[in-house]
Design a binder for this molecule. Structure first.
Ligand code: NAP
Length: 285
């Protein structure tokens, strides 16, 4: 248990209930012999500014930031990395002597997850489904890696806005018809679901796919950043067609590993983080 001298890391969230980050990071701190403790804070929006002030205390290494604060927290930190500025959201804050640096490690986490799966997107057609907060980090990572993107979202204007924000990094075609979506899917070397469709939450039926099975390509890779359930319907149908698949757990672990490295200046053992997260997910299922 934490003592007076234990360094602290907080998760700023609202609600804070189901995050895997506390178990993942506390297991990694223990494994590395670092006297630090990660704790989720349920912070309603009106208390965000005060919560960020507390991150400047000497015993605090930093924080993670998640829904609904990833964008609204930005004016409260002192500096932003280029990735955070480009993506327009912060998921990690580092306290360096009272100065708060805002980072976004979701993009690096996604990129490392793809690398671990042996997927090289340079010069490849990639279809991204969704244009929410997570999509911005995924699009940033894919454009930086040299992919050519097609983007489809239930609300097309959000896809247009996202594409416009990243024009300096590469080409993104916004798909506005079902026919164009189906063509893009058939031609994609990689399909990425960044929507919450297929996620088990709040009584919503998780057994739905954001893409009809008959438009999946005959070869290639499908990545779903959802990790509850471990195998979404999209991934199940892709696996049945012998496509490569990966769920959202590697992205979650690797974004966490990068945050851990920024707070402690040491890389964690990601095997420890995977085991801690999987233990919780298996107990839930
Ligand atoms: P968000 O900002 O709320 O965006 C949600 C996205 O899902 C939007 O594109 C939205 O479309 C779409 N969507 C929601 N319901 C839909 C429906 N019924 N039909 C079609 N599209 C629908 O959420 P987010 O932060 O980007 O998170 C999205 C998912 O990624 C969540 O499942 C989250 O758990 C997961 N995630 C995973 C990681 C990881 O590390 N693996 C990290 C971050 C997020 P509209 O724009 O039309 O509303």
């Amino acid at each position: 248990m934490p003592t007076e001298t234990t360094r602290r890391v907080y998760l700023l969230a609202h609600p804070a209930g189901h995050s895997l980050s506390p178990v993942m990071h506390n297991a990694a701190f223990r494994d590395a012999g670092i006297d630090a403790y990660y704790e989720a804070w349920d912070i309603p929006p009106e208390q965000l500014a005060h919560a960020v002030t507390r991150l400047r205390e000497p015993r605090v290494l930093g924080a993670n930031v998640t829904i609904p604060h990833k964008q609204t927290v930005m004016p409260h930190v002192d500096e932003l990395t280029e990735a955070a500025r480009h993506i327009g959201a912060i998921n990690t804050i580092v306290n360096r002597g009272g100065n708060l640096l805002g980072h976004n490690t979701d993009a690096a986490g996604y990129w490392r997850a793809l690398e671990q799966a042996g997927v090289n997107v340079r010069g490849q057609n990639v279809l991204v489904l969704g244009a929410g907060g997570a999509a911005r980090a995924v699009v940033y990572a894919l454009l930086q890696a040299g992919a050519t993107l097609s983007l489809s979202n239930r609300t097309p204007q959000k896809a247009r806005d996202l594409a416009a924000a990243f024009t300096a990094l590469g080409e993104t075609t916004v798909l506005t018809s079902q026919a164009a979506l189906h063509d893009a899917a058939k031609q994609a070397a990689l399909i990425v679901n960044t929507t919450s469709v297929g996620m088990a939450h709040g009584g919503v039926d998780p057994d739905v796919s954001p893409l009809p099975v008959d438009v999946l390509p005959d070869a290639g890779f499908v990545s779903d950043i959802v990790y509850r359930p471990a195998q979404t319907r999209l991934l199940r149908e892709a696996a049945q067609k012998s496509l490569g698949t990966q769920n959202g757990l590697p992205m979650l672990v690797y974004q966490g590993a990068e945050s851990f490295r920024l707070w402690t200046l040491e890389p964690p053992d990601t095997g420890v983080m995977f085991r801690a997260a999987n233990a919780v997910l298996e107990a839930e299922s």
